[in-house]
Write a protein of this length. Structure first.
Length: 672
C-alpha cells in the first residue's frame, strides 16, 4: 500500500532573523537595569539571519503605563552587532525589546549595484525592485503612498533604458527614506523577552550626603539637641554644598539592656543609649524621641531643609529594643527561645542584648511585612522621600523586593540607600532587588591597584547597569586604619577620591570635617567616645576644620556635569604607584575633568601623567590649560605627558578642568 504524502504547514510564519546577546540585560532579564530621568539606554545585540539578505532592526520601548511601543532605529556596527538608543523621559518603569526583519528593498539595492558593477543585464531586476516598491506603497497612506507609487512607475519606465540611470533612480535616498517607513514586518523576528528599566529621579544618580546625629546639635554634651537646633545648623550644611542630610534613627530609645558610653554593658542613668535600639513606652518606629521635639518640629525641619535645597533622609532600621511596643504586643514577630524569652541579636561571639531582630519565617510573617511597609508609608506621608536602610542583608531577599516595589508603585520618587557592608554577591543581589543606591567597598580601598580594579568593575562591567555606589569616606561604625594614622591629609585624600570617583558620596559629618581619628583601641575601627552611644558637642568653628575644602569640592561637583555620572570614569597611566589619575568627560567633550591624587598621606610624590590627547581632541603640539577647581591655580600643559608634584601637607590632589585653546571664547580668554 502506497504511503500517502502529507503536507504539513508551519504553525507560525517563517521568522528568519535571530536576535541574541541583548544588552543591557541583568541575569537574563530577571532584574531591571537602572536609569534616571534624562538618561539614555544604549541597547546592543547580535542580529543575523540565514543567507545574505540585508536586515533592519529597531529597539521597541515604552513606559510601563502605556501599551503602544515607541521605536528607535538600530544600526549595524560590524560582525552582526547592532546598536540603538532611547531616552528615559518619565519617572516610571520602562520596557524594551528588539524587533528585526529582512529588508527586501535594501537587499535588492545592494545586489543591484553589484550586478551593475559586474556589467550584467538589469531590466528584469529593475522590475523586481518596482514590485518591492509597490508593496511598500500598499502599506503606506496619503502622500507617502502616492510618492511610492510614482517611484515604482518610474522604475518600470527605466527598466529597458540605460542601466546607470535606472540604478541612480533605484538608489535614490528619497526612495530609501520613504520605503524604510513602511517595511514588511509580517515575518519579523522578536526578542523573546521584554526587558525592564527601573527609573529614578536625578538625586538617585547624583547626591552629596551629610550624616548628623540630631541629639548632638548642641554646644553642651549635657544638653540633648533638638530638631529646632538642627534647623539652626542647616545653613552650615547648605553652605558646604550637601543636598541630603541623613539622620540616624529619631525614634524613642529602649531602656532595657541599654548600652552606655563606648558600648559598655554598665550604663549610668544619664546615658542616652544607641538610636538603633528603637522603641520604648513612648512609641516605636512611627514615634519621635520626645527629647528631639514633636512631629511639628520635624516637619519644620523638613520645610527649612527644602528651602535650602536639602532633603532629609531617615534611617530605616527594622529591629527593636526590648521596650518596643511590638515586643510586648506582637511576640509572634520575633523568634522565641526554649525558655520563652525573645532571641536578641547575635553575631557570635558578639551579643547585642539591646536589639531584637524580627523573625520573617514565622506564621505571622505576612502581618509583620505589612506593618513594616506601613512604617515607610507613614514617613512618606510626613514628607520624607529618602531612606537609608540599616543592615538590609540580615533580612530576606523577597521581603525587600516586595517592599520596595510596593512603595515605588505609589511613590516612584522614593530613594532607598542600602547599608550592606557584606559579601559582594549579597550586595549586588540587594541592588538588583531594588535598592536605589548601595554602600560600597570604597571605604577600605586605598592603593592605586585596589581603587582602579574596584571602580573599573563598578563602572565598566555589567555591574554598572544595576549597582549605584554611594561612596562613604567614613561612617559612625567605620573609622579605617588609613584615617587613624594618616592625619589631616588622609581625610583630604579620601574626600577628593569619594567626591570625584563617585557621583554620589557621603561623610559622617562633624567627625569627618574635624578629622576625628581616635579608635576605641588599637586594631579597632570603632571610634573612641562614639557618637552612637553618647552626645558629642562638636566645635564646628575650629580653625583646622575641613569645611572650606569640602565646600570647594562640592562646588566643583555641582558645577561640573562630568562629575555627576559614574559610567564615564576612566583611569590614566602615572609612572608613580602613589599617584592615581582619572578623568570624567561629557559625551560631547564640552567638559573634561581630570583628577590627580597623591594616595600617600605622609610623603610628597611626583610623576608624569599620560592623557589620551587624541580622544580629548588635544592632538598635536597645541597648548591647553588645566584649571584646578580647588585652588583656582592654572597651568599650561602640552602633549600627552605632563608632570605633577603633590605634597599631601600642602595639596594632596588636583581637580582639573581641562580647557582647550579656542574651544569657546571664554576658554580662550583664560590663556590671554
Amino acid at each position: 500500500m502506497r504511503a500517502e504524502r502529507q503536507t504539513e504547514r508551519l504553525p507560525v510564519p517563517l521568522r528568519r532573523p535571530a536576535i541574541e546577546d541583548v544588552k543591557p540585560c541583568v541575569d537574563g532579564g530577571r532584574f531591571p537595569i537602572k536609569r534616571t530621568v534624562g538618561e539614555s539606554v544604549l541597547v546592543t545585540a547580535a542580529v543575523h539571519a540565514d543567507g545574505h539578505d540585508a536586515l533592519s532592526a529597531i529597539v521597541l520601548y515604552r513606559p510601563a503605563s502605556r501599551t503602544t511601543w515607541n521605536e528607535a532605529a538600530m544600526e549595524p556596527v560590524g560582525d552582526d552587532q547592532w546598536r540603538g538608543e532611547f531616552m528615559i523621559e518619565r519617572l516610571e518603569p520602562y520596557r524594551y525589546t528588539i524587533q528585526a526583519w529582512v529588508n527586501s528593498l535594501l537587499t535588492w539595492q545592494t545586489d543591484l549595484i553589484k550586478r551593475f558593477e559586474a556589467g550584467q543585464q538589469l531590466a528584469l531586476e529593475i522590475l523586481v525592485g518596482a514590485g518591492i516598491v509597490l508593496e511598500c506603497a500598499s502599506r503606506a497612506k496619503g502622500d507617502d503612498g502616492r510618492r511610492l507609487m510614482e517611484f515604482a512607475e518610474k522604475l518600470k519606465s527605466l527598466s529597458a533604458g540605460e542601466s546607470r540611470v535606472a540604478v541612480e533612480a533605484a538608489t535614490d535616498p528619497g526612495l530609501s527614506a520613504l520605503a524604510t517607513k513602511y517595511p514588511d514586518r509580517s515575518r519579523s523576528g522578536m526578542f523573546e523577552q521584554e526587558l525592564a528599566v527601573d527609573v529614578d529621579r536625578e538625586r538617585a544618580r547624583f547626591s552629596s550626603w551629610y550624616e548628623m546625629f540630631p541629639r548632638s546639635c548642641t554646644s553642651d554634651p549635657a544638653r540633648h539637641g533638638t530638631f529646632r537646633d538642627c534647623i539652626k545648623r542647616l545653613d552650615y550644611i547648605a553652605k558646604m554644598g550637601f543636598d541630603v542630610l541623613y539622620l540616624p534613627p529619631i525614634h524613642p530609645i529602649g531602656r532595657t539592656e541599654r548600652k552606655g558610653k563606648n558600648n559598655t554593658l554598665n550604663p549610668s542613668p544619664q546615658d542616652v543609649g544607641s538610636p538603633w535600639a528603637i522603641g520604648a513606652q513612648e512609641g516605636g518606629h512611627k514615634a519621635i524621641h520626645p527629647q528631639l521635639g514633636t512631629l511639628e518640629d520635624f516637619q519644620a525641619l523638613l520645610k527649612k531643609a527644602h528651602e535650602l535645597g536639602i532633603e532629609i533622609a531617615l534611617d530605616l532600621a527594622y529591629q527593636c529594643a526590648p521596650d518596643h511596643p511590638y515586643a510586648k504586643e506582637h511576640k509572634e514577630w520575633f523568634r522565641l527561645r526554649p525558655d520563652g524569652s525573645v532571641q536578641y541579636a547575635e553575631n557570635p561571639p558578639k551579643k547585642y542584648q539591646d536589639i531584637y531582630p524580627f523573625f520573617f519565617e514565622g506564621e505571622a510573617a505576612g502581618a509583620l511585612c505589612q506593618e513594616l511597609k506601613s512604617v515607610v508609608l507613614y514617613w512618606i506621608s510626613q514628607g520624607v522621600r529618602i531612606f537609608r536602610v540599616d543592615n538590609p542583608h540580615t533580612k530576606p531577599y523577597p521581603f525587600w523586593e516586595w517592599l520596595i516595589s510596593e512603595v515605588r508603585k505609589e511613590h516612584p520618587e522614593t530613594i532607598f540607600l542600602g547599608e550592606a557592608f557584606t559579601r559582594p554577591k549579597v550586595m549586588y543581589r540587594l541592588a538588583k532587588l531594588g535598592f536605589t543606591q548601595s554602600y560600597s567597598y570604597f571605604t577600605w580601598r586605598n592603593s592605586k591597584r585596589e581603587l582602579t580594579e574596584y571602580f573599573t568593575e563598578l563602572t565598566q562591567s555589567d555591574v554598572r547597569e544595576f549597582f549605584r555606589a554611594n561612596l562613604w569616606a567614613n561612617t559612625p561604625d567605620v573609622l579605617t586604619e588609613y584615617l587613624q594614622f594618616g592625619g589631616r591629609p588622609a581625610f583630604l585624600i579620601r574626600l577628593i577620591l569619594a567626591a570625584t570617583l563617585g557621583a554620589s558620596y557621603g561623610i559622617y559629618g562633624a567627625a569627618f570635617e574635624l578629622c576625628e581619628n581616635r579608635p576605641l583601641h588599637p586594631g579597632s575601627e570603632e571610634y573612641l567616645d562614639s557618637e552612637k552611644y553618647q552626645i558629642r558637642a562638636w566645635d564646628l568653628d575650629r580653625p583646622d576644620s575641613l569645611q572650606e575644602v569640602i565646600s570647594r569640592v562640592n562646588r566643583a561637583r555641582r558645577d561640573s556635569l562630568a562629575l555627576q555620572r559614574d559610567t564615564n570614569l576612566r583611569f590614566h597611566p602615572v609612572d608613580n604607584e602613589q599617584l592615581i589619575a582619572y578623568s570624567k568627560v561629557t559625551e560631547d567633550l564640552s567638559e573634561i575633568i581630570l583628577v590627580v591624587v597623591n594616595l600617600d598621606p605622609h610623603h610628597a610624590h611626583a610623576g608624569w601623567v599620560e592623557l589620551p590627547v587624541r580622544e580629548f581632541q588635544l592632538e598635536g603640539h597645541q597648548t591647553y590649560q588645566v584649571h584646578d577647581l580647588l585652588t583656582d591655580a592654572r597651568y599650561l600643559w602640552q602633549g600627552a605627558r605632563n608632570y605633577v608634584d603633590l605634597d599631601p601637607q600642602v595639596r594632596p590632589g588636583h581637580i582639573f578642568r581641562v580647557r582647550r585653546r579656542g574651544h569657546t571664547e571664554k576658554d580662550f580668554d583664560y590663556f590671554m
